[in-house]
Design a protein around this ligand. Sequence first.
Ligand SMILES: Cc1cc2nc3c(=O)[nH]c(=O)nc-3n(C[C@H](O)[C@H](O)[C@H](O)COP(=O)(O)OP(=O)(O)OC[C@H]3O[C@@H](n4cnc5c(N)ncnc54)[C@H](O)[C@@H]3O)c2cc1C
Length: 418
Amino acid sequence: MADLQNWIRHGDEMRRPLLTNPDLPKAEKLIIVGGGLSGLCCALRIAEKRPELPILLVEKSAKLGGVIGTWQEEEWICDLAVNATRPHPAFWRLIDDLQLSSKFQTSNPKAKSRWILLGNKPHKLSLFSLLKIGPFKLRKALKLVRNGGYSVADLIPNKQIADALTLGIVNDTASNVDADFLMPSATKFGDNPPIKKSKLASLIAKSYPLFTPKKGTIASLEGGMITLTKGLIERLQSMPNVEIMLNYNAQSPKSLAADNNVPISSIIWSAPGLQEDFESTELSIFAIGYEGQQVSHVKLGYGTLIPNKSLPISGILHESDIHQSKRSPAGHRLFRLMVPHSRWDKDDSSVLACAEELLAEKPVLFTKIGERKIPRYKPGYMSKTSAMSPDFTMVGWAVSGVSITHVVDEAERVAELF
Ligand SMILES: Cc1cc2nc3c(=O)[nH]c(=O)nc-3n(C[C@H](O)[C@H](O)[C@H](O)COP(=O)(O)OP(=O)(O)OC[C@H]3O[C@@H](n4cnc5c(N)ncnc54)[C@H](O)[C@@H]3O)c2cc1C
């Protein structure tokens, strides 16, 4: 029964490993490394459960939030990394507990369409895309990848569709991305639920606080994702057992434990980059805005993925279409451009020329809003990660999964051990 309750609470996250040291719950003082979403959520969930336990969170940089960030200039608002969440009860619980529900709503139901640029033509992703892949090929591939260690290119046997998908999620081509890490339920990685998938899905649907999201929908926050990190930071600052230190570059779990006089099992490391063979890809993010009339030919939607490596832009997100909260001045539209450094000559004008070709000429706004790194999850990554047994605890998107739902849920699962 406990197992079923866990599956209802965490869903397919139960397939993902928890890299915790068994002595973690015995800690008399906890040290969390990294003030991104993962570190912040671990601090919150453990501090709530154990209000007498001193928790020190150390962050290398001068700010909290990690890769999450929201750029704002007058009425233009654009996220730099994640901008919306897929449905997961753990995320809904977080919004509810932080009392952010008045700022949280489903994204625009009219802006669901996603396209892939195949040649010069946008191809709308739908069930017909499966026909393009070939249902028989897909079925064969689904059987093959259950053996573990395969790439997304092995799982989706259409190179352009597979590449577009992985470029959109992890900024890498499909043959370089671990299928188990990205889609463990499709590859049947790890344990299986104790009841039928459909029955479990209906029990999970009933467990959401606030509102039950419809399948395939996403939700976002007024003011961008920074609203979430601000809410988390405010809550942590109000908790007497939590201390936060900025500009603290932890060298290693061992040295951090020694410096703070705690056993190594009291360290939770949420910062990516600890594994010896850790690699990441880099990309720049641009915001581009238009008067509505200039882009009236661009259909309302979520965005377009661009597998063609000869173009510097790998994805266009329709920021002002996606969210119900405002992202641009009235009568205008805002788009976000993802520009992988492996495809770009570092000249902003190449990005502008490509965007003008794909969207429209003479934008009223064009600016680079930042750079980000995304961990690389090569084939076999999930099997290798699952086999690790560090003498401290490892969390965050380098181990739990690339999306925010993974790190938010992982923090709950870690706190449940206390
Ligand atoms: C461009 C982009 C788009 C994305 N889009 C989506 C999306 O659409 N949907 C979605 O769900 N997710 C998306 N994500 C992923 C999502 O943003 C991440 O899953 C999540 O924010 C990761 O949080 P984290 O805390 O694990 O890691 P990070 O945010 O990387 O935080 C790690 C923290 O550790 C700190 N640190 C590093 N080393 C040390 C050290 N030695 N000592 C102390 N501190 C240290 C860092 O400074 C950082 O603050 C996107 C990410 C990017 C970059």
